[in-house]
Design a protein around this ligand. Structure first.
Ligand code: ADP
Length: 423
């Protein structure tokens, strides 16, 4: 009898345990279905032990279905918006309440190219500016804000943007999001900086000889009655040297400004480079400055002509020869070379065997007022503008200019030009 009771109890416990286990499993499956946003495929037998189970499952499945429909509608709306805004020149950004990006059109991706797909990334990872993040927060909160400019630096890379924003509701209407229209001001700001630096450099360059001239003139005026003829002569010669320098800087500045004007003219003609280089070499061999150097020409007999502005090309190669004369010791060699590249291209070169230029300076020598050795350049009447004028003229001819050097091995300046200009 006791044995029967124990067996009955054991059976009842086993039965209860089975029901509990089934309930637990059903609840876990239901939880997973909610997590995955997928309707729950119900296990009928559980309904016998859990009152209202079917009702609960139906309600949850209904919620899940509505939720996925909403999500689909939402991503459909964003895709549609993305397609509409994709080709806008203005950058458009939509962020949610937690600063996750929901829309970033192509123009925005071009401003912040670090990551190709910005959607679903946190804004902080893309736009590293606390000022901009404050602006996003205030916009989302509905504070009335005017458009604002931000300087965003990420490592060595800086961009300037102007943003205007508006709060918007999330597609399900439950959260506050924000939409921004962003203009990329980087090119303008960089140009402004270049212009500012240029004005500062030009003023400095002009002021130096001017102050020297002023000082000497004042001394001449004050010492008019007491100075010897030799002293006066020495002062006047110094004034003359610095006036020449002033004139050289102003002439180079005018050349640069003419080259940068909206419509610089090229007077194109066929320039035979064997003859052209030959004449230039002769001219400099006969100058006082060139007499102590060896100037050679290496142009293949069949090199032929290049379509270009003879006067401007004379300025380019004259300047390169003058530099080679100025910056190499007497007795150095200067070679004017030319070779045909494939297609329509030719490569021209002025090479010397002087001291060359250190690798750290090499990328900068075409910048305005950049000098490797300031003292030497001024001493030899250099303005620091010669190579930037060369670069402008070459670019006007749709060509490229670059320098190659190794210290102690001389400098070679290469100019590549199309043989015929489209103009
Ligand atoms: P500059 O009027 O001072 O000569 P450039 O723009 O013509 O200005 O040249 C820039 C700098 O590049 C010069 O100041 C000089 O330091 C360096 N440079 C140019 N040509 C040579 C060369 N052939 N050898 C060594 N250094 C050179």
């Amino acid at each position: 009898m006791i044995g029967l009771i124990i067996a009955g109890l054991a059976f009842a416990l086993l039965f209860l345990f089975r029901i509990l286990w089934k309930q637990n499993r059903a609840l876990a499956e239901l939880r997973d279905a909610v997590k995955l946003n997928q309707p729950y495929l119900r296990e009928e037998s559980i309904a016998n032990y859990l009152p209202n189970w079917n009702g609960l499952v139906e309600t949850i499945n209904l919620q899940i279905t509505e939720n996925s429909a909403l999500q689909q509608q939402h991503s459909g709306q964003l895709t549609q918006l993305e397609a509409t805004l994709g080709n806008l020149r203005e950058a458009v950004l939509i962020v949610d309440q937690a600063n996750y990006i929901h829309l970033a059109n192509r123009a925005l991706r071009e401003i912040f190219p670090a990551s190709r797909n910005l959607v679903n990334l946190r804004l902080e990872l893309i736009i590293r500016s606390s000022a901009f993040l404050d602006y996003v927060r205030a916009t989302r909160a509905g504070q009335p804000l005017s458009r604002q400019e931000f300087e965003i630096t990420d490592g060595a890379h800086t961009v300037w943007i102007e943003a205007s924003g508006a709060p918007i509701a999330s597609p399900d209407g439950k959260n506050a999001w924000a939409l921004f229209v962003i203009h990329n001001l980087t090119t303008e700001r960089k140009l402004e900086r270049v212009r500012r630096d240029f004005v500062a450099n030009a003023s400095h360059e002009l002021r130096t000889p001017l102050s020297i001239i002023k000082g000497y003139v004042e001394t001449l005026v004050d010492g008019h009655d007491t100075m010897t003829f030799e002293e006066r002569d020495k002062f006047l010669k110094t004034i003359q040297r610095h006036s020449d320098r002033l004139k050289a800087i102003i002439d180079d500045l005018l050349s640069l400004s003419r080259l940068e004007s909206a419509t610089p003219q090229l007077n194109l003609e066929a320039v035979n480079f064997a003859e052209f280089f030959g004449e230039l070499a002769d001219e400099y061999r006969h100058r006082e400055s060139g007499a102590a150097h060896t100037i050679t020409v290496a142009v293949p007999a069949d090199f032929g002509a290049v379509n270009g502005d003879r006067e401007k090309l004379t300025h380019v190669f004259g300047n390169l020869i003058e530099n080679a004369l100025k910056y190499t010791p007497k007795g150095s060699r200067i070679e004017l070379g030319a070779r045909a590249l494939g297609g329509n291209e030719v490569e021209l070169c002025v090479r010397d065997n002087g001291a060359g230029i250190p690798a750290t300076d090499l990328p900068h020598i075409f910048e305005r007022f950049y000098r490797v050795e300031k003292g030497r350049s001024r001493e030899t009447g250099g303005t620091g503008l010669g190579l930037s004028i060369v670069k402008h003229i070459v670019q006007l001819h749709h060509g490229k200019v670059w320098a190659e050097s190794s210290e102690g091995q001389g400098l070679a300046i290469f100019v590549s030009l199309p043989r015929s200009q489209k103009s």
